[in-house]
Design a protein around this ligand. Structure first.
Ligand code: PNS
Length: 183
């Protein structure tokens, strides 16, 4: 449930909302959060609970994973929201929606979403950060597909997420699969 920041928190400085499905969280997402903390005083990672989108992990599972991963990062708040993002943002101190851009293929979807959000709330801006080169090819969708087929996703998602994916897909905990001359 979004919380209006109270008391001292009202003076908490620049706050950005980083919304997404995070199904699951990847190192690409973490990279964006870490770089955003260089610009903003707080980043709220807002996990969308979107009934229309079929997710692998429940909102509760995603919240638990993301909270655990950021437990030692005090300037990151992890929350979930239902309904319109602009309504959620209005209940916080954030003025900026933060999104990562991997490639031009992301642009159209992001442009539509940012334009719609701006039309719903003209005081809101969306800030895009380019994904770091190491994570350009990483998306939650491909991570799920690769993991479901037994491929290695270590190094692309945190270890906790690797374990949860293996539990979901009922896969044994194995060493990273590598293709070499001996295969
Ligand atoms: O990680 P995703 O799935 O690309 O994130 C999309 C998300 C959750 C940011 C977007 O679907 C969203 O904001 N959903 C909430 C509903 C909403 O406000 N829709 C209007 C935006 S066009």
């Amino acid at each position: 449930m979004p919380r209006k920041m109270k008391g001292k928190d009202n003076d908490m400085g620049k706050v950005a909302i980083y919304p997404g499905s995070f199904d699951p969280l990847t190192y690409g997402h973490i990279d964006i959060v870490e770089r955003a903390l260089e610009i903003f005083d707080k980043v709220i990672v807002a996990i969308a609970s979107n009934a229309e989108k079929r997710s692998l992990f429940t909102v509760g599972e995603r919240l638990e994973m993301v909270k655990t991963i950021f437990k030692d990062t005090p300037n990151v708040i992890v929350d979930s929201f239902k309904g319109l993002l602009v309504d959620y943002v209005a209940k916080t101190n954030a003025k900026v929606i933060l999104r990562g851009l991997r490639a031009t293929s992301d642009f159209e979807y992001e442009f539509h979403m940012a334009s719609m959000n701006r039309s719903l709330n003209t005081h809101l801006d969306t800030l895009f950060m380019m994904t770091s080169k190491d994570y350009f090819f990483v998306s939650s969708r491909t991570i799920k597909e690769v993991a479901s087929l037994g491929g290695a996703v270590e190094g692309l998602v945190p270890d906790l997420v690797v374990r949860r994916l293996k539990e979901k897909f009922k896969l044994p905990v194995t060493k990273k699969k590598q293709i070499g001359w001996d295969d």
